[in-house]
Design a protein around this ligand. Structure first.
Ligand SMILES: NC(=O)c1ccc[n+]([C@@H]2O[C@H](COP(=O)([O-])OP(=O)(O)OC[C@H]3O[C@@H](n4cnc5c(N)ncnc54)[C@H](OP(=O)(O)O)[C@@H]3O)[C@@H](O)[C@H]2O)c1
Length: 220
């Protein structure tokens, strides 16, 4: 598959490593430009591109940049992506140490991914947001292994969500359907599932134990 990754940090870098290893055709972008991505490109065989180029022709686009940078993404970002493109949002809102206060999230009660969706003008599938970046490299296991980790996946576009769940399965993890984007507060920072290294049953339980109250540590 052709996959565009916007963000080449902890998560974007490791997804680039694993997805190229699976044989996908990966284009990767960061904020400073493709010339700063030559080491990652040499290591993985991914193509370094600009942010505008990353989604071109892609069946899956991953947006994995700090939340505060999402409004800086170019308008019409997904216009040249493949029909039915699935956009994965790995983002989390860290108002205190990184992103600053975002009123639409805190006052209007938008989930973090609903806010991101509105910024980019395209539906997203929320995945990997509670997964330690190292685990993408170090913890994949074959389907059926009793220790296989499960990741929650939320999204309103069912075919896109299916595509993302299949990709995560190929990466070596089970998935749990965490509902639509309005339900995705269940997997935001400081919920029981956030950072949980568990299987399907534990993740399902943790999602249902979540509270919609934003905790003080994650309020701006
Ligand atoms: N770290 C984790 O374990 C983890 C786990 C789950 C979810 N997350 C979430 O996933 C997102 C990414 O986290 P991360 O730890 O991978 O971040 P990171 O290591 O700080 O990397 C951020 C990447 O985004 C790029 N970037 C920043 N602004 C951009 C822009 N306007 N256009 C294009 N690229 C831009 C940066 O490029 P430059 O370097 O060129 O500026 C960098 O490649 C965050 O929302 C984070 O909360 C992180």
């Amino acid at each position: 598959m052709q996959i565009g990754i916007i963000g080449a940090g902890n998560i974007g870098g490791n997804l680039t490593r694993r997805l190229t290893a699976l044989g996908h055709d990966v284009s990767v972008a960061n904020s400073r430009g493709p010339h700063t991505l030559t080491a990652l490109a040499e290591e993985t065989g991914a193509t370094p591109v600009t942010v505008e180029e990353a989604p071109r022709g892609a069946e899956i686009v991953v947006i994995t940049i700090p939340l505060k940078a999402v409004p800086d993404l170019p308008s019409g970002l997904l216009d040249e992506a493949a029909d039915g493109v699935a956009v994965i949002d790995t983002g989390n809102y860290y108002p205190r140490e990184r992103d600053g206060r975002i009123a639409a999230i805190e006052d209007d009660g938008l989930t973090e991914s609903r806010w991101t969706e509105r910024q980019i003008g395209h539906p997203v599938v929320k995945a990997f947001n509670g997964t330690y970046a190292q685990d993408i490299l170090e913890r994949p296991l074959p389907a059926g292994d009793p220790d296989r980790m499960a990741l929650p996946v939320a999204g309103d576009d069912e075919p896109a969500k299916r595509k993302v769940r299949d990709l995560i399965d190929a990466l070596g993890f089970d998935t749990v359907d965490a509902g639509g984007i309005d339900d995705s507060w269940r997997q935001q920072p400081d919920t029981p599932v956030y950072g949980l290294r568990g299987g399907t049953e534990a993740v399902t339980k943790a999602l249902s134990a979540a509270s919609p109250e934003r905790t003080p540590g994650f309020s701006g």
